[in-house]
Design a protein around this ligand. Structure first.
Ligand code: B16
Ligand code: MG
Length: 213
C-alpha cells in the first residue's frame, strides 16, 4: 500500500510519557485514598484526561462534582508537567528518530495525532518542536479517541485524505479511532494485537518495511 502521510500517536509511540502519567495519577489517587495500579493505568492509554479520571474514580465510593473533578485533574496535570520538565532530547530513542528521518527522506509527510493537551511541551522537551509537518492534539479536538477526530484533523492539516495516511498507535482506542476515520492502522505493543490493525509492528523501525516507496 502506498501512503503519502504517516500520523503518529505520541505517548507510547514516539515517547514513553505513560510512566509519568502513571506516577502522577498514582500520587493523586493515593492522596484521595483510591486504589490505582498499572493494570488500571493501561486502560488510560490514548484516553483524555477527564475520561481517565472517570476510570480511576470507578474505584471510589464517592460521587465527585464537576468542580471537584476539575480540581483533581488539574492537580494530576501539575504533577505530570513537573515530571515532563525532567525530559530531554536524550529521551527520544535513536530508533524512533532514525526511522522518522528515513521516512521523511522517502518523502512521507509526518504528523502527530495525540489526545494530549501537553503535546507542545513534550515535543519541545524532545527537541521535536519544529519536526512534524502537522500537529493535531488534545487542544484542537472536542472528542477524544476512540473518536477519529484527532486523526481526521491531522490528515486535514497535512492536506491528505485519510485513505492516504497510515496511523501508528500503541492503544486499542487509538486503532478504533483510526479505523473509524477510514485510516489504516499500524499497532505497537498491545495495539498490535487489535484485530483491526493493517500491520502488527514488533518495533518502531518495522515501519521501514511497511512504508517502502
Ligand atoms: P493530557 P496519546 C494520551 O496521549 C495518553 O495516552 C493518555 O494516557 C492521556 O490521558 C491523554 O494523552 C491526555 O493527556 O493529560 O496530557 O492532556 O497516547 O494520545 O499521545
Ligand atoms: Mg498512545
Amino acid at each position: 500500500m502506498s501512503y503519502k502521510g504517516i500520523i503518529f500517536d505520541l505517548d507510547g509511540v514516539i515517547c514513553f510519557t505513560d510512566q509519568y502519567h502513571y506516577q502522577a495519577w498514582k500520587k493523586m489517587a493515593d492522596a484521595i485514598g483510591v486504589y490505582f495500579d498499572e493494570k488500571i493505568n493501561n486502560r488510560l492509554r490514548g484516553v483524555s484526561r477527564m475520561a481517565s479520571l472517570d476510570i480511576i474514580l470507578e474505584r471510589s465510593g464517592k460521587n465527585y462534582s464537576r468542580t471537584e473533578k476539575e480540581a483533581l485533574a488539574a492537580q494530576k496535570n501539575e504533577i505530570y508537567k513537573a515530571l515532563l520538565h525532567q525530559m530531554t532530547p536524550q529521551d527520544l530513542s535513536a530508533e524512533v528518530k532514525n526511522t522518522m528521518d528515513e521516512l521523511k527522506r522517502r518523502g512521507y509527510r509526518l504528523a502527530i495525532g495525540s489526545s494530549s493537551k501537553n503535546t507542545k511541551l513534550i515535543l519541545e522537551r524532545l527537541g521535536l518542536a519544529d519536526y512534524f509537518d502537522a500537529v493535531s492534539d488534545g487542544t484542537n479536538i472536542t472528542h477524544s479517541k476512540p473518536d477519529p477526530e484527532v486523526f481526521l484533523r491531522a490528515a486535514e492539516y497535512l492536506g491528505l485524505d485519510p485513505a492516504d495516511c497510515l496511523v501508528v498507535e500503541d492503544a486499542r482506542a487509538g486503532i478504533d479511532a483510526a479505523v473509524a476515520g477510514g485510516f489504516h492502522g499500524a499497532g505497537l505493543g498491545e495495539a498490535a494485537e487489535h484485530e483491526k490493525v493493517t500491520y502488527a509492528l514488533k518495533s518502531f523501525a518495522d515501519l521501514l518495511y511497511v512504508a517502502k516507496r
